[in-house]
Ligand binder design. Structure first.
Ligand SMILES: [Zn+2]
Length: 130
């Protein structure tokens, strides 16, 4: 049985982070589908189908590229969340503004009244209440 499975899987792509995400997502969709709408349930089946398709695929390079794209997205999302977490922890000490000219984000100490802020990136000055 084990040998048969190994032979079956040889040359196929197998499991990666993107497939892990897909299998978790399909589980969430199944549960959401049972609670809310059968449409979500079918979306879950499609997601699981796609997960199996990727696992059994012989086009390893294509699947590898998909995973790389997914990993880049995942890193971006986790970076966004960790920035938000740090800001929430520091909300008593700092305020955040965006430069009106170049959209650069700036951090200033809180509670200093109206202050003139100079953007370190483009040199634009603007006045904000800290
Ligand atoms: Zn700027």
């Amino acid at each position: 049985m084990r040998g048969w499975f190994q032979r079956f899987m040889s040359g196929r792509y197998g499991y990666d982070r993107f497939n892990r995400f897909l299998s978790i997502a399909s589980l969430v969709l199944f549960v959401a589908g049972l609670l809310f709408s059968p449409l979500l349930y079918w979306l879950g089946i499609l997601t699981l189908g796609y997960c199996y398709f990727r696992m059994l695929s012989r086009n390893i390079q294509k699947r590898y590229q998909e995973n790389a794209k997914y990993m880049a997205l995942e890193n971006k999302a986790s970076g966004w969340f960790s920035t938000r977490r740090i800001r929430f922890k520091q909300r008593g000490q700092y305020r955040y503004f965006r430069c009106p000219h170049c959209r650069q984000e700036l951090r200033v100490p809180r509670g200093k009244g109206r202050i003139s802020i100079t953007c370190p990136k483009c040199g634009t000055q603007f006045v904000k209440k800290s």
